[in-house]
Write a protein that binds this ligand. Structure first.
Ligand SMILES: Nc1nc2c(ncn2[C@@H]2O[C@H](COP(=O)(O)OP(=O)(O)O)[C@@H](O)[C@H]2O)c(=O)[nH]1
Ligand SMILES: [Mg+2]
Length: 241
């Protein structure tokens, strides 16, 4: 709560960059993030990479933590939330380490969040007027997920799998304790909405992944949806109790 008031003055912003084997992109993403907004700080969460990501982070003097085991995207990002919470940051921004989310657009997230009084904001590839950079399967999957979220929460989320997001301290207080380990993005959106947090979207332009592979592909897309449906059911049951 007090975090909301502080945001009015000079908000302390932490950019959390989860990174698993992102040696080709991590340095440029982290440096661009650090330059994206006045007073911004960066934390790369190296998720037990097996390439040279850790060495690059050390050599480039980039603030980071290296996890002792591979926790996956959920645990990596939650590590960042905990760090932001414990270090008194007012806002945490999540940016992929693969260069898909141009840090120059972090300001768009922050502006929309403070203008609208949202607790959380998703940078959406599909919000009105946006050019779409994504596979057909993912677009269909995203649309179905969106419909499921609408059914469960009453709110339309056009890009539920987007990992380009920002959260205020109120949302962080929740997320540091509750963040899904698998398929966290849509499930987190559902949990926030169902627990009364204000979530909005802002159109952004995303890049195609330059190197490596996305974690959401083929059969995974289907699994993703099934998991999300279960997550909604579980959140509902928990709330009834
Ligand atoms: N694939 C994968 N990515 C991870 C893991 N831990 C952290 N990440 C990071 O999480 C971010 C999102 O992953 P990505 O595969 O790009 O997901 P997508 O953008 O949703 O297709 C990237 O910055 C990864 O480096 C992990 O165990 N596996
Ligand atoms: Mg990505």
């Amino acid at each position: 709560m007090d975090g909301n008031k502080k945001t009015m003055a000079t908000p302390r912003i932490l950019v959390i960059i989860p990174a698993f084997n992102e040696e080709k992109s991590i340095a440029s993403v982290a440096h661009a993030a650090a330059a994206a907004h006045p007073g911004i700080e960066v934390l790369v969460v190296n998720d037990c990479s097996t390439d040279t990501t850790a060495a690059i982070l050390r050599e480039e003097g980039i603030n980071h933590v290296s996890l002792p085991v591979n926790l996956g995207i959920g645990g990596a990002v939650q590590t960042g939330f905990l760090y932001a919470w414990e270090n008194g940051h007012d806002v945490a921004v999540q940016v992929d380490g693969d260069g898909q989310h141009p840090p120059q657009q972090i300001g768009l997230l922050l502006d929309a969040m403070s203008r609208n009084g949202w607790d959380a904001v998703i940078g959406s590839r599909y919000a009105r007027g946006n050019q779409i950079v994504s596979s057909l399967a993912r677009r269909i999957g995203g649309g179905v997920l969106g419909a499921i979220i609408r059914l469960g929460t009453g709110q339309w989320v056009s890009d539920p799998t987007s990992g380009f997001r920002a959260y205020n301290r109120r949302a962080l207080e929740y997320l540091r304790r509750n963040y899904p380990q698998e398929y966290p993005e849509p499930i987190c959106a559902i949990e926030l909405l169902m627990n009364g947090y204000k979530l909005g979207e802002v159109p952004i332009v995303m890049q195609e992944r330059q190197h490596g592979q996305s974690s959401i592909q083929g059969l995974n897309t289907l699994l993703y949806m099934i998991k999300v449906i279960f997550a909604i059911i579980i959140v509902r049951i928990r709330r009834r109790r």
